[in-house]
Design a protein around this ligand. Sequence first.
Ligand SMILES: Nc1ncnc2c1ncn2[C@@H]1O[C@H](COP(=O)(O)OP(=O)(O)O)[C@@H](O)[C@H]1O
Ligand SMILES: [Mg+2]
Length: 601
Amino acid sequence: MSMQGVKNEEKIELSKEEQKRVRARSMALLGSIIKPVRHRLWVSLLLVTLSQGLRVALPGVIAIVIDRALPAAVKGDFTLLWWLVGGYLVGAIIASALIAVFVQYAARINQDIMLGLRRRLFAHTQKLSIEFHETYTSGRVISRQTNDLDSIMELLNSGGNEMIAGILFMIFTAVAMIVLDAQSFLFVLISFIPLWFLTRWFQKRTRTNYRKTRVASAKLIVHFVETMTGIRAVKAFRKEAQNQVKYADLVEDYRDVNAKVIQLFGIFDPGLIFIGRVTAAAVLLFGGLRVIEGSLGIGVLLSCILYVRSFYDPMEQLAMFYNSVQSANSGLEKISGVLEEEPSVPEPETSTPLTEPHGHIEFNDVQFAYSNGTEILPNFSLDIPAGQTIALVGTTGAGKSTLAKLVARFYDPVKGEVKLDGIDLRELSDVDLRRAVVMVTQEAYLFSGTVADNISLGKPNATREEVESSAKAVGAHEFIMALPDGYDTDVNKRGGRVSAGQRQLISFARAFIADPAVLILDEATASLDIPSERLVQHGLKTLLADRTAIIIAHRLSTISIADRVLVMEHGRITEDDKPAVLIAGTGKFAKMHKAWRDSLV
Ligand SMILES: Nc1ncnc2c1ncn2[C@@H]1O[C@H](COP(=O)(O)OP(=O)(O)O)[C@@H](O)[C@H]1O
Ligand SMILES: [Mg+2]
């Protein structure tokens, strides 16, 4: 498996080469998520430019009103005053309307971008093979879907929209001031010196602290997910207190770094306001002197003061923008890493059709190792004719489940081939393969929904009769009827909770309704009590009649329905014959069988 995309995820220091690659990958992802909305982004830019332009023009109107229209009105000519005040009002209404439209329009674009990305990430993560999910923990998958997507949304919302509006606002204000009175703008320029130091300080401190908050929140999530998914073990081993202490430490850390960030804002915000006020005071003082001299209109002075007062408003957003970029960037890096992963058992581009599977399975010189490299099957060959029922036995770790997973194509062999009806599994489409081969394991998983929903997963359009008859066949009908709503009982609701054994019976029914050519039962009866297992076996006999079956079972009672027994040891078949022949012999199976028989009495 490649693990190309996510292998550097936990690394702090990347080489120059790797950095470049990851950067290019993130940018490509950003480009691809923006591309579908690019035309709308231009419209949005037009909206924001117009609205900010109007917003900045309004104080300028006040200057003209005071300096020109009022003196004219004093002399009895009200025309200019009416026009300007009217224009001011209309301008104010349009500016507000434009801002309202822009905010909604831009939010809509961002939501569409996020929708696309969420869908893509989910579809891709789900498509990745079992091998990927074995190494990439669910905590990490959850982190990608929550934290990382949120940080990108944060960048799009605060960063993207507000930052562009803020920059435009500052530029327009600067231009307006230069046009009206360049001298007043000089004080704004001078204020850039303390502003620069303040902002630098703020950015530096928030950058490290934001990184710390991200690390702290990631640790929280991991600890939380681990504790809750392992809640049974936690309770069984009375680890609650210990976990509580660890969690308390983690949340305390999280609070501390957050408090630190808030503290920084506590200094930065008043600092900004103070610089703004001092600049306004300077403009007022020196402008006022020029008004007395007669070289500056009082209206111009007033509008300059209005400009200075609001000039610094977007600064906080701008200073924070860097942080949004940083965290969104780390989110993009990780998400693009997951998206870069390829399924290790890909579906073929052009598949060989398998319209009527018979269930003939062949292993030809199969060599197999998991991604950690240890060889499980050194050189494995096996032929299972269609319709045969195989009992596969052997000690734990012999490779029985591995063999089963290869037949279901959860993995591909390193060398050699696994064939179904003469076709290499790698040449079959997923649909054909899943229809032909069904595996039932010990951990029978029930999805939210009703019992009937869970059974008909095996055959999406199954009728209620089919659902019931498959449940009857495996002996699940009685207990299902005893549930509060029978087949319509919600498995996640109170009263719908079923035992591990009952879950297995439901998953049996699910497999039988699918009617596959090849059925694999990997210790699928392990949670059943002896009477239930009897019931299942009774059904098995008829249900396995016309299909190939591989039954891996602890309890040797299954042997009675097998045509052939395979004993597996260290990835090799050591015994292979009819049950009666092996029992009568002197091999390992004969010993196992004798021990099992003795245990029964
Ligand atoms: N996902 C995996 N990654 C790495 N090694 C594995 C994995 N699953 C099983 N193994 C190893 O493969 C060997 C065979 O395991 P398995 O096929 O599950 O045995 P059995 O089902 O006969 O008990 C064991 O040594 C086990 O440690
Ligand atoms: Mg196993």
